[in-house]
Design a protein around this ligand. Structure first.
Ligand SMILES: C[S@@+](CC[C@H](N)C(=O)[O-])C[C@H]1O[C@@H](n2cnc3c(N)ncnc32)[C@H](O)[C@@H]1O
Length: 292
């Protein structure tokens, strides 16, 4: 009888458990039982690329510690959906109140550059949106202020896309027309981020569930970490949030995704509502008020 090929391979419950444990261990991403077919479809191209006949052989290889392939597995299972100015109300809150407040703090303290972090930045849309907003709003009023904008993601392939700064029309659908005109060049169907904006952002690999990676990220004025906590289980979510808390300077702000409330997660961040956006602030004195 002819042996089944990788293209015909199917993922048994037992091997699903092995692969999902590996993904959870290395990226914190949780695949509940009902997502078995999603994991199967995401991993199957890796079987073909590695020329292994079935999921069992592939899982053996990963469990033997093939770190390059583990990184490729993680790249294959991440969901990278993103867009420029994805949550417009968050950017309005930044422009109207949060960035001016952070500038005032810097002036009072005469501290170094303002530090902004797009955590789980995917193809870089959010990090470049921050750069454009700074260039448009704070930059002209405070020309001596310095900024560091960092975009990080666990997915090394999507970071290459971020560095290239080329986008489809769908990604720029929320960009105001004046910004589109001033900060993007057209190249055929693509929208290419202006080099001056690209130079404002540094992209680096970082795993939010890796304590060592997180210890390197300190003293941020603003962290945007949207639409990634939803992929973690409660324990990972709690650990990641505690890490993000420690990465904020006192008085610094965190944004998560619109549907990712932090209630019950036991981090001493103060919810601050700005019109349609909910931000979280690290208190300056360690106490948390009931302002929401
Ligand atoms: C749906 S995208 C969200 C992108 C962007 N934050 C936004 O809101 O538009 C989720 C991103 O989280 C990244 N991700 C998943 N697990 C991660 C982890 N453990 N550490 C860092 N990034 C992770 C994925 O690679 C993916 O690019």
């Amino acid at each position: 009888m002819k042996k089944p090929t990788a293209a015909e391979a199917s993922l048994s419950r037992q091997t699903f458990n092995r692969l999902r444990d590996l993904v959870r261990e290395h990226a914190g991403i949780d695949f509940p039982d009902e997502k078995r077919y999603l994991l199967e479809s995401r991993v199957k191209p890796r079987l073909l690329a590695q020329e292994v006949p079935d999921f069992e052989t592939y899982a053996d290889r990963l469990e033997q510690g093939d770190t390059r392939e583990i990184a490729r597995l993680v790249n294959a299972v991440t969901i990278n959906e993103t867009a420029f100015f994805r949550h417009p109300s968050q950017f309005e809150a930044l422009e109207d109140t949060i960035l001016p407040e952070l500038v005032r703090l810097h002036h009072q303290e005469r501290s170094g550059p303002m530090r902004l972090w797009s955590a789980a930045c995917s193809a870089g849309d959010e990090a470049y949106s921050l750069a454009i907003l700074i260039r448009e709003t704070i930059g002209p009023r405070h020309p001596r202020m310095d900024y560091e904008i960092v975009g990080t993601d666990i997915d090394t392939e999507v970071l290459e896309e971020a560095r290239a700064g080329r986008y489809r029309k769908r990604s720029v659908r929320n960009v105001p027309p004046a910004y589109l005109r001033d900060y993007f060049d057209r190249s055929g169907e693509a929208f290419v981020v202006d080099p001056a904006i690209r130079d404002m952002v540094e992209f680096r690999p970082l795993n939010l569930t890796d304590a060592q990676d997180m210890r390197r990220m300190r003293n941020f004025d603003l962290i945007m970490c949207a639409n990634v906590l939803i992929y973690f289980n409660e324990t990972s979510k709690k650990n990641v949030l505690q890490g993000l808390y420690r990465s904020l300077r006192p008085g610094g702000y965190l944004f998560v995704g619109g549907s990712e409330a932090l209630g019950g997660l036991d981090v001493p961040l103060e919810p601050v509502r700005h019109e349609g956006a909910l931000a979280y602030r690290r208190p300056t004195n360690g106490s948390v008020s009931s302002r929401a």
